[in-house]
Design a protein around this ligand. Structure first.
Ligand code: RFL
Ligand code: PHB
Length: 391
């Protein structure tokens, strides 16, 4: 089989890239290791920047997003027993974010690819990348019990942090930068009414807690836990009890409990691989970088990479220009490092660091006090949270 762009991974990055290329008349084939049901069932991100919403609109998958998504004009920071609102609309000249689950984004994209007759091979086993340092890269894999080969002009490695694409690059050609945090997030999804109209990021002596939502009747909450926490030790009731202790009194009083639909433990890591281009292989999304989820940046960064990569590939095929492909890595990395800085900062501001003495905790409280009392500091948070402008 032959195509123009071979895409590894049918997460948001791979599907969105394939859809944007299709709209520009460029062919692609997506190879995904898992089944469609598995990919659509993964519970992950919930917050979309305006730039991500605009890109999904451009991809023709914005309808359900606009009818079901919730526009949020701010977030709340809870500490010292009180809640303080960061008003994005006021601080950024009218910007907001959209609360809409990544699972829904993935479903919308899968449907659009299907309607357009797009080739997405689910349950593609043993994907291998070949010859991307030359002019004719290839992907090999097994599907329906047979060995297959996909020849292409370019490979897009959209296969997430544990994927094969980044690992296919010779170690001497890639540099990685990493920070692993001494804690994780335990998440619970339940059909309970949100305790507040906006997200609450809570700093507490017992550890961080986050109240988020997916719809007016579905809540998503997280508590900081240890990286080796066993889910079996956390029956639903224990999670609700812990949330009640960590959220502010008003939210705790309104907390509705109910059976969990999903529970998971997510380790926290900051990671960047440089560069993001190796000959005819381009990495995008979590394949190239991971942020701790505190800043809600992971999915948005993945969308930003895809925006730059789709434009660069379209310029190559339609205008015969390669300057955008040549600039891809550098352009993406400038945005990525700013999002890394913001995600690290939000994480440092709000979590309990087990090895910290009392000093670190006092500095956090001073910084939270500053962020919620200085317009300059609040603007910095708001500007980053809603998403920095594109180059
Ligand atoms: P994905 O979603 O990991 O998709 C990669 C796909 O590649 C497949 N794959 C392979 N396919 C073929 N061959 C192989 N060898 C393969 N290896 C892997 C995988 O099965 C998968 O389908 O990467 P992508 O597309 O780059 O998307 C990135 C986002 O998923 C991620 O950044 C976000 O979920 C991060 N994130 C958040 N981001 C936000 O912007 N806002 C948020 O509010 C937010 N909250 C979160 C998050 C991530 C979380 N977890 C679970 C890590 C909250 C959590 C708890
Ligand atoms: C979520 O709703 O899953 C969510 C929201 C905000 C974050 C992280 C996760 O910072």
């Amino acid at each position: 089989m032959r195509t123009q762009v071979g895409i590894v991974g049918a997460g948001p990055s791979g599907l969105l890239l394939s859809q944007l290329l299709h709209l520009a008349g460029i062919e692609s084939v997506v190879l995904e290791r898992r089944s469609r049901a598995y990919v659509e069932g993964r519970i992950r991100a919930g917050v979309l920047e305006q730039g991500t919403v605009d890109l999904l609109d451009a991809a023709g998958v914005g309808d359900r997003l606009h009818s079901e998504g919730l526009v949020h004009g701010g977030i709340e920071l809870a500490f010292g027993g009180r809640r303080h609102r960061i008003d994005f609309e006021d601080l950024t000249g009218g910007k907001a974010v959209m609360v809409y689950g990544q699972t829904e984004v993935t479903k919308d994209l899968n449907r659009a690819r299907e309607a357009a007759g797009g080739a997405v091979v689910f349950e593609a086993e043993g994907v291998r990348l070949h010859d991307f340092d030359g002019a004719q890269p290839r992907l090999t894999y097994r599907a329906d019990g047979a060995e297959r080969e996909l020849r292409c002009d370019f490979i897009a490695g959209c296969d997430g942090f544990h994927g094969i694409s980044r690992r296919s690059v010779p170690a001497a050609s890639i540099a990685t930068f990493e920070r692993v945090y001494p804690f994780a997030w335990l998440g619970i999804l339940a059909d309970t009414k949100p305790v507040s109209a906006e997200l609450i990021y809570a700093r507490h002596e017992r550890g961080f807690a986050l109240f988020s939502m997916r719809s007016p009747s579905r809540s998503r909450l997280y508590i900081q836990c240890s990286p080796d926490e066993q889910l079996d030790d956390w029956p639903d009731e224990r999670i609700w009890d812990e949330l009640r202790l960590r959220l502010d009194a008003e939210a705790a009083a309104r907390l509705e409990t109910g059976p969990s639909i999903e529970k998971s433990v997510t380790p926290m890591r900051s990671f960047v691989a440089e560069p993001m281009r190796f000959g005819r292989l381009f990495l995008a999304g979590d394949a190239a970088h991971i942020v701790p989820p505190t800043g809600a940046k992971g999915l948005n960064l993945a969308a930003a990479d895809v925006r730059y990569l789709s434009r660069a590939l379209i310029a190559h095929y339609k205008e015969g220009r390669d300057d955008l492909l040549d600039a891809y890595s550098e352009t993406c990395l400038r945005r990525i490092w700013k999002a890394q800085r913001f995600s690290w900062w939000m994480t440092s501001l709000l979590h309990r660091f087990p090895e910290e003495s009392g000093f670190g905790g006092r500095v956090q409280l001073a910084e939270l006090d500053y962020v919620t009392s200085s317009r300059a500091a609040a603007r910095t948070l708001a500007e980053n949270y809603v998403g920095l402008p594109f180059e």
